[in-house]
Ligand binder design. Structure first.
Ligand code: ADP
Ligand code: MG
Ligand code: MG
Length: 199
């Protein structure tokens, strides 16, 4: 079972991985965006880790709703409200359970991903974070490792797509041939689940 500590480890592992990959995320956001995705998420997840240390929420749902709130208030770019909504809605779906199973987490994350789709209007194939998140949630019932692989494949599969949402969509056909930064960071978020489980 996954307790509040697991969810804190998930957020810490995400922050560490965003720190390691910040330059790459920003580099991906350079040809098809405004070169700030790495620094946006770095600022956001560092703040999440600090807030979790200070407040020490004691349920999985409370950890994720706090993390989501912090992302919304610290990340100025499109990704802040979107990732913030993902975590807040997932946390809300977990309610006040003190421990949850992986399948329960998969169901809650599906609600979170649906909320991101409603907020941003993106569907699979629009070259956004949705392209990594949807396959990850589909695979999460199987295992954390399967979810990680599905998210990584989903992120890589954004390269030949033309962006239909977000800044990259302004480029039209010129967005083709570049991997989407948000799908790439979404794969880091999903991979951090497996790290948190292994710790
Ligand atoms: P900004 O574009 O405001 O600078 P970021 O660079 O931090 O914000 O994030 C860009 C990423 O956000 C994109 O690569 C894409 O994956 C994601 N994104 C942008 N708009 C949407 C949307 N409407 N729905 C889902 N994801 C989106
Ligand atoms: Mg950007
Ligand atoms: Mg920006």
């Amino acid at each position: 079972m996954l307790d509040a500590d697991f969810f804190r480890r998930w957020m810490r592992a995400t922050a560490a991985s965003v720190d390691r990959e910040a330059e790459r995320l920003t580099a991906l956001d350079s040809p098809i965006g405004d070169a700030d995705h790495g620094s946006n998420l770095q600022r956001g997840f560092r703040d999440v880790v600090t807030a979790l240390e200070k407040d020490a929420p004691d349920t999985p749902g409370a950890v994720l709703t706090l993390a989501g709130r912090r992302l919304i208030s610290t990340v100025g770019g499109a990704s802040g409200p979107l990732y913030g909504t993902l975590l807040r809605r997932t946390g809300k779906a977990l309610a006040d359970a003190s421990e949850v199973g992986r399948e329960q987490l998969a169901e809650a994350l599906r609600e979170g991903v649906d909320a991101v789709r409603t907020l941003g209007g993106a569907a699979p194939g629009d070259k956004t974070m949705i392209d990594a998140l949807v396959p990850a949630v589909d695979a999460l019932g199987e295992s954390f490792a399967a979810a990680r692989t599905a998210a990584e494949e989903g992120a890589e599969a954004t390269t030949p797509l033309q962006a239909r949402k977000g800044r990259a969509s302004y480029l039209g056909e010129r967005s083709i041939g570049h991997q989407d930064p948000g799908a790439t960071s979404a794969a880091l978020l999903v991979a951090a689940l497996e790290e948190a489980a292994d710790e």
